[in-house]
Design a protein around this ligand. Structure first.
Ligand code: OGA
Ligand code: MN
Length: 289
């Protein structure tokens, strides 16, 4: 089937014409979606009533291997008994809204910092699929920054400076920024991973900045200099002109390319309003030819 995509923002985000992704199995349509990801970085699909099993199956047939080592797994098992499903919600195992001092809540609030999913793993996360299950009446948008436009707008001298730089990413870093503490045993499971600061999409040749609040140090740089550089680049990349803000509707399903975007949750009164989504992320393995 042929899909069409409506641009939602000058740099990042497109809304795909009506389609039921649960029924999409043919390689040709799936590759049209990949081409859409390469062009838009974020694709929005309306009215997608996924179950967890259907979402897992879709992510696998779309892009292959699932990311099943989320940072949260070091804190304990999730309520689904499957680490490939990330519980993007503010509820406990009984479906009750988490208390203000709950550790799971504190950990989840790290999603309000700009990041990419699974940059603390090797291979890193490639596509994240996020399925809306309970959307509050108040605004609780997800924002996406275009890391390609951010890279392309840098002065040539800065682009030059970035070549070959390697960054250590760890989930402990983004949580510690907010005062969250880990036990030694948890830290042992969360050593992180090293990734280049610039990535090139193998299909389009376009380069993008690869940064996140998980970035803890730039290899070969002094600690303050490396992190300052990362922070300045993240500020550059998240200027309004590079950001698409997604306002969730019931039934929404959003896919983003973690290698070409950063994202963050925005603030809402999470003690008063139930919000529940499920995320399944694939990892950045070479594609079969
Ligand atoms: C995620 C994430 C942001 C949000 O699902 O990976 O960061 O708005 N979500 O919930
Ligand atoms: Mn995320």
């Amino acid at each position: 089937m042929t899909i069409t995509i409506r641009r939602l923002h000058p740099h990042v985000g497109g809304e795909v014409s009506p389609i039921d992704l649960r029924q999409v199995h043919d390689r040709a349509t799936l590759e049209q979606l990949r081409a859409g990801m390469d062009e838009y970085g974020v694709l929005v699909f309306r009215n997608q009533p996924f179950t967890d099993a259907e979402q897992l199956a879709f992510a696998q047939r779309f892009d292959g291997t699932l990311h099943a080592k989320p940072g949260a797994a070091a804190l304990g098992a999730n309520r689904f008994g499957n680490d490939a499903i990330a519980d993007i919600s503010n509820v406990d195992n009984d479906g009750k809204i988490l208390k203000v001092n709950d550790r799971k809540r504190a950990y989840s609030l790290g999603n309000r910092l700009w990041h990419t999913d699974a940059s603390f793993q090797d291979p890193a996360g490639r596509y994240s699929t996020l399925s809306a299950r309970v959307i509050p009446k108040v605004n609780a948008n997800t924002e996406f920054a275009c890391m390609r436009a951010a890279y392309e707008s840098l002065p040539a001298a800065t682009q030059q400076k970035l070549e070959g730089l390697q960054v250590h990413h760890t989930i402990t870093r983004s949580r510690e920024i907010l005062g969250f503490t880990f036990s030694d045993e948890e830290k042992n499971k969360l050593k992180g991973a090293i990734h280049p600061m610039v990535r090139t999409n193998p299909r389009t040749g376009r380069k993008s900045l690869y940064l996140a609040s998980h970035a803890a140090r730039v290899l070969g740089w002094e600690v303050p200099d490396g992190l300052l550089f990362v922070i300045e680049l993240m500020e550059h990349a998240t200027q309004r002109q590079f950001v698409y803000s997604h306002e969730w509707r019931d039934g929404d399903f959003v896919i983003w390319d973690n290698l070409a975007t950063m994202h963050r949750a925005t603030a809402f009164d999470d003690i008063a309003h139930h919000r529940e989504l499920r995320r399944v992320t694939t990892i950045d393995l070479p594609l079969p030819v």
